[in-house]
Design a protein around this ligand. Sequence first.
Ligand SMILES: [Zn+2]
Length: 118
Amino acid sequence: MARRSSHPQEPEKANQRMQGHPFIYASGPQEAQTILITRLPRRSSSTPLQTTCPYCGSNVITVTSHVPGVITWLLCTGLFLFGCVLGCCLIPFFISGLMDVRHSCPVCHQQLFYFRRL
Ligand SMILES: [Zn+2]
């Protein structure tokens, strides 16, 4: 009776090499730099000025409108802290010289410039 010595041969795993540095290919040069214009360009003039509208292309004189700015809110807060709580703190919102000026196109009504006092 012959002894059957069975040695199961394990398959060698020589072909499986761990590659520690997988190649990471760059997806490509970032050539498209999107420049988002979040702020309107500033102009140091609170009076209407003549310019060419970039939206409609017409040569216009801007229409100004006063909007509350940083100085307006600071004065409002200051007046409120000094006791002007009965509506007097809202006075800066009615003084056009204390507010920012927004220039807009009279043709297409797009906002062109922004004049900040601070
Ligand atoms: Zn326009």
